[in-house]
Design a protein around this ligand. Structure first.
Ligand code: SF4
Length: 64
């Protein structure tokens, strides 16, 4: 089954540097200011590390 990382903006407090940006092994997450992170789907290898790390569960690896 295909997976795709989804950023649930409503769950992200958007008031701090996103810790998951540093966790991503391929640099697929980026953040502008304190906004919710953005995923580069071409770079993302769907490993789920960021989703497991985000304490707010704002990053979800969902089946598509
Ligand atoms: S699923 Fe893995 S590769 Fe994709 S953004 Fe998250 S940490 Fe990076």
């Amino acid at each position: 089954m295909e997976k795709r990382l989804k950023v649930i903006v409503e769950k992200c407090p958007q008031n701090h540097p996103c810790p998951s940006v540093k966790i991503c092994p391929v640099g697929a997450l980026s953040q502008e200011g304190f906004q919710a992170p953005v995923v580069d789907h071409d770079k993302c290898i769907r490993c789920g590390k960021c989703a497991a790390f985000c304490p707010k569960m704002a990053l979800v690896l969902e089946s598509v």
